[in-house]
Design a protein around this ligand. Structure first.
Ligand SMILES: *Cc1c(COP(=O)(O)O)cnc(C)c1O
Length: 456
C-alpha cells in the first residue's frame, strides 16, 4: 500500500464507532485488537483501500473468529479412537452428566451425614480398589504426574533400574529419563534396546547401583525382531528377593483383562498387574480406560500411602469435575458388559467390521444423494488404529467411506470439511478424503452430510 492509500485508511476510533460494531455484542477489546490486525495487514499488503463497509465486515469476521472457543466439538472421522489432538477419550454419557452435576457446589470434601469434612477421593479410590483388588488407590492430574509422584515418593535419591528398551518418550517432552531426573531418582539403564533379561536387573541390584525396579509399557512403539524383555512377574520376583519396590507404568492401561472388554490379548490390565504382586502401578484415565484426563495409581497400601503423603500430591491432584467423571466411568465398569456398551472408547475399539460396514453403506447412500455428480463415493474395507499410545501395531478391521470430488482437489474438500460447523476431521489418503466409521458417534452422520453438502 503506498502513502496516499495509507492516508485514506480510516482511523481506528471512527471504525470502532460504526453502528455495525455496536450490534455485534463483541467485547471492545477484541474489536480493537481485530481492527488493529486488519489495518496492519492492509498497510503491509499490496491491495487498495477497501470500502469502509467491507473493512468493518473483515474486522467483525476477525473478531468473531478470535472469540471462538478452541475447544469446539468436532466430528472425528479419522478412525483413531484415542486421538490425542482431538481430546483423547470421549466421555460416557453418565460421566458428562456427573461432570455437569459437580460444576456447581457439590459435596466434594463434605460428609453430609456426619456434617463434617469429608475425603474428596474416597469414593473413587474405593471403586478402583474394588474393581482391581488393589489394596490402595490414588488419583493424580494425569499419568505423567502419577509417574513423577511415584518416583519422587518411593525412589527419591535411589537408583532406579529401567530397561534400555523402555526409555520411552510419550510426546510433549515427556521423556522417562527427564521425569526421573525431576523426581530426584537416578536412572540405572539395564540391558540393550532390543533385549533385556531378568539377570540384567539382578546385576545392578546385586552391585548396589539400583534399589528400585521400574517397568514401562512401550505403549506407542513396538520393538520387533530379535527381542526379549523381563516379564512383570520376573521383576516382582526379583524385587521380593532383594527388597526392591517395583513400579509399573502401564501407560494406556486397561482396568480389566482384555478378554472381559472385547479387546486384543496382550494389552496390560490393571487388575492383572496387581494380581502379579506389583507394588505400584500407574496409567492414564483418558486412554483405554475411557474416562477423563487423570493418572490412576494402584498398589500396596504402604506404597499408595507414601505417594499420597508426598507434598507434590497436592500440586498434582485432580479437580472436582475430573473426579465426578472418573467416578461415573468406574461405576460403569462394575458390569463389564455395561462398560463395553457405555464407555465410548471400549464400544468403538470392539466394534467389528461386520457392524461397521452397513453403517458405511448407509452413510455413502446418503452422501451419494447429496453429492450427485460432484463426487465419486465408495465404501471400502480398511484398518483403524487405537492411537493415543495404545495397542501399538494392532490393526482393527474397519469400514471406510471415501470421497473423490470431481471439480476440486481432495485437499480442498478436506479443508472445507474442517472449516464446517461442526468441523469434520477426516483422513487424506491416495488423493481421496477418507472417513472411518469406527469413530463416528451417534448423530455424527448428520453432521458429516451437512458438512459435505456445504463443502461441495
Ligand atoms: C501416555 C503415557 C504416559 C503419560 O500419560 P498422560 O496421562 O498423558 O500424562 C506415561 N507413560 C506411558 C507409558 C504412556 O503411554
Amino acid at each position: 500500500m503506498d502513502s496516499s492509500d495509507l492516508r485514506r485508511l480510516p482511523r481506528m476510533d471512527r471504525l470502532l464507532a460504526q453502528p455495525a460494531r455496536a450490534d455485534s455484542g463483541l467485547p471492545r477489546s477484541i474489536l480493537h485488537q481485530a481492527a488493529d490486525e486488519e489495518l496492519s495487514a492492509l498497510r503491509a499488503g499490496p491491495g487498495p483501500v477497501p470500502e469502509s463497509s467491507e473493512l468493518i465486515r473483515s474486522i467483525l469476521r476477525r473478531a468473531v473468529s478470535a472469540c471462538k472457543s478452541s475447544l469446539t466439538p468436532v466430528v472425528n472421522a479419522t478412525g483413531i479412537v484415542l486421538h490425542t489432538n482431538l481430546g483423547r477419550a470421549p466421555l460416557a454419557g453418565a460421566a458428562v452428566e456427573a461432570m455437569t452435576g459437580a460444576a456447581g457446589y457439590c459435596a466434594l470434601e463434605y460428609d453430609l451425614e456426619g456434617r463434617r469434612r469429608g475425603d474428596r477421593t474416597a469414593r473413587v479410590e474405593a471403586l478402583l480398589c474394588q474393581l482391581t483388588r488393589a489394596e490402595g488407590a490414588a488419583v493424580a492430574n494425569n499419568n505423567a504426574a502419577a509417574v513423577l509422584l511415584s518416583l519422587a515418593a518411593l525412589a527419591g535419591g535411589k537408583g532406579v533400574a529401567l530397561s534400555r528398551g523402555e526409555l520411552v518418550e510419550i510426546g510433549g517432552s515427556f521423556r522417562m529419563p527427564d521425569i526421573m531426573a525431576q523426581s530426584g531418582a537416578h536412572l540405572v539403564e539395564v540391558g540393550t534396546t532390543n533385549r533385556t533379561r531378568q539377570s540384567d536387573y539382578r546385576a545392578v541390584v546385586e552391585s548396589g547401583e539400583a534399589q528400585f525396579l521400574l517397568k514401562v509399557h512401550t505403549s506407542n512403539y513396538k520393538v520387533v525382531g530379535f527381542t526379549q524383555e523381563a516379564s512383570l512377574s520376573e521383576l516382582v520376583g526379583l524385587g521380593r528377593a532383594y527388597g526392591c519396590p517395583v513400579l509399573y507404568d502401564l501407560g494406556a492401561g486397561l482396568l480389566l483383562p482384555p478378554r472381559q472388554l472385547g479387546l486384543p490379548e496382550g494389552t496390560p490390565s490393571a487388575s492383572e498387574s496387581i494380581r502379579a504382586g506389583t507394588d505400584l502401578i500407574c496409567f492414564s484415565g483418558d486412554k483405554l480406560l475411557g474416562g477423563p484426563q487423570a493418572g490412576i495409581l494402584l498398589g500396596r497400601k504402604w506404597a499408595v500411602d507414601a505417594v499420597k503423603a508426598h507434598p507434590l500430591m497436592r500440586a498434582l491432584r485432580p479437580d472436582k469435575a475430573t473426579l465426578a467423571a472418573l467416578e461415573a466411568t468406574l461405576q460403569l465398569y462394575q458390569d463389564p458388559d455395561t462398560a463395553r456398551r457405555e464407555v465410548p472408547v471400549l464400544a468403538m475399539l470392539s466394534a467389528t467390521q461386520t457392524e461397521l460396514r452397513p453403517r458405511a453403506q448407509a452413510l455413502a447412500r446418503r452422501l451419494e444423494e447429496l453429492c450427485g455428480d460432484a463426487c465419486a463415493l465408495s465404501v471400502e474395507d480398511g484398518f483403524s488404529e487405537a492411537g493415543g499410545g495404545a495397542l501399538p501395531g494392532v490393526k482393527l478391521p474397519t469400514a471406510l467411506v471415501t470421497l473423490s470430488p470431481r471439480d476440486r482437489t481432495a485437499e480442498e474438500l478436506d479443508a472445507a470439511l474442517r472449516s464446517s460447523v461442526p468441523p469434520v476431521v477426516a483422513l487424506l489418503r491416495r488423493g481421496r478424503v477418507t472417513m472411518d466409521m469406527r469413530t463416528l458417534r451417534p448423530g455424527d452422520e448428520e453432521a458429516v452430510c451437512h458438512a459435505v453438502e456445504q463443502s461441495l
